[in-house]
Write a protein that binds this ligand. Structure first.
Ligand SMILES: [Zn+2]
Ligand SMILES: [Zn+2]
Length: 167
């Protein structure tokens, strides 16, 4: 199972190919190490986030965001040209083809499991064993978003408290 994480210290995005057998990851940007929890896995599947230990994770299609929408918009734009040329059949065909393409992509594209807290992404076998994790829940997402905002504020306050007073 692969983990994609964002370093909390320098923001650099890193990747761990086999997160189950990696005890510590080291950031390429700032060389800081971060321990990974081995108890995050159970029976070959992910149980909680190996990075931050929360068991609130969600699944979504591993799809560049907006790609599905883009396909539909492009299909619509092309069909508009055919409508303008008064050729309704190709217009319908293009609309139908773009809807089909969107559907095929949706079913072909694998899932990615994402941590609500640290936004770490898990891909590969066992990342959503037996459909353990559910799609994004707005209420849970909002709770963790607030938590991140508070943490950010505390960091800023800490940083300004440590900086020398203006001359
Ligand atoms: Zn870093
Ligand atoms: Zn996490």
């Amino acid at each position: 199972m692969e983990l994609t994480f964002s370093c909390p210290h320098c923001g650099l995005v890193g990747r761990v190919a086999s997160v189950e057998s990696t005890p510590t990851v080291t950031c390429r940007g700032c060389s800081r190490g971060h321990p990974l929890r081995s108890d995050a896995f159970e029976g070959g599947g992910l149980r909680s986030c190996a990075w931050c230990a929360t068991d609130d994770l969600y699944v979504q299609k591993d799809f560049p965001q907006g790609l599905g929408l883009l396909i539909v918009i492009v299909g619509f734009a092309i069909s508009t040209v055919f409508w303008y040329l008064e050729r309704p059949i190709p217009a319908y065909v293009v609309l139908l083809a773009s809807a089909l393409l969107d559907m095929i992509l949706y079913y072909r594209v694998p899932d990615v499991t994402i941590c609500y807290r640290c936004l770490g992404q898990y891909r590969g076998v066992g990342s959503n064993l037996e459909g353990r994790f559910k799609p994004f829940d707005l209420a849970i997402g909002e709770r963790y978003r607030q938590e991140r905002l508070r943490a950010e504020q505390l960091r800023k306050q800490g940083a300004s408290a440590n900086s020398p007073p203006p001359a």
